[in-house]
Design a protein around this ligand. Structure first.
Ligand SMILES: *Cc1c(COP(=O)(O)O)cnc(C)c1O
Length: 239
């Protein structure tokens, strides 16, 4: 896959060095916030990127990656998995119920549980396959009509339904704040909701705001561009 949007042709981008720099910044931010060192995991969002970008990170020892499309992940990750069995693959894009079978088989975490129908389908499929990816509920903290996720007010009832009706264990909450907003209040809200509902993990923060997220309690930040450089043309990939 050629890197159309990268004038250097990819030669100038060093994902492993980028990641190391990000991890160092995060440790500083954690220290400033009085959080425990090492309490944030960087999810390297590899959507649209091919092996040439991913392999240097694997060779440098990184294992946690994010993809937003089931089909793309299915095409890309099985060979890497064979070489590095401890890879942790996380789904961060919307999940259709007709892809639940593939998603449960492939991913170690699904961050985009956002409706009762999906909760039921996941419960059924996880039971069938005997596999239990960590589940995160996507919360629409900005209550944007076009965005996926459970509204903050509806979250307690949805968590109850997942736990009681579907027998699901909820590992975390995830949010994508509105692009034009200060992200801090959204991250703080997500942290408050998680604490109230006794949910352990918080997936929040992207290339533009991961340090704020780290200070406000993130357990996982999802960083794509700042690790891998700009993504190739979105027309082809739909990302
Ligand atoms: C693409 C994507 C990211 C990474 O975004 P960058 O700005 O490139 O770091 C994070 N989270 C989600 C849900 C994404 O789809």
């Amino acid at each position: 896959m050629p890197f159309h949007d990268d004038p250097s042709g990819g030669s100038q981008i060093d994902p492993a060095a980028n990641l190391a720099a990000i991890e160092k910044e995060i440790e500083t931010a954690l220290g400033e916030a009085g959080r425990k060192p090492g309490s944030v995991t960087v999810n390297a969002v590899s959507k649209t990127h091919d092996a040439a970008r991913i392999i240097p990170l694997l060779e440098a020892g990184h294992r946690v990656f994010g993809e937003n499309r089931v089909q793309e992940a299915q095409a890309k990750w099985p060979p890497f998995r064979e070489a590095y069995p401890d890879i942790e693959l996380r789904l961060i894009g919307p999940l259709q119920t007709n892809k639940v079978k593939e998603a449960v088989a492939l991913f170690d975490a699904i961050e985009t549980l956002d409706r009762p129908k999906l909760a039921k389908a996941l419960a059924k499929e996880m039971e069938k396959q005997g596999r239990s990816p960590a589940l995160y509920i996507q919360v629409n903290t900005g209550e944007e009509p076009q965005k996926a996720g459970i509204a903050p007010d509806a979250l307690p009832a949805f968590v109850d339904q997942c736990r009681e009706e579907c027998g699901l264990s909820i590992r975390g909450l995830m949010c994508i704040p509105p692009v034009s907003d200060d992200p801090a209040p959204h991250f703080a809200l997500l942290a408050k909701l998680a604490s109230r509902l006794e949910i352990a993990d918080l997936s929040m923060g992207m290339s533009g705001d991961y340090l704020i997220a780290a200070q406000l309690g993130a357990s996982h930040i999802r960083v794509g561009t700042k690790v891998f450089g700009p993504r190739p043309s979105t027309k082809v990939t739909g990302a």
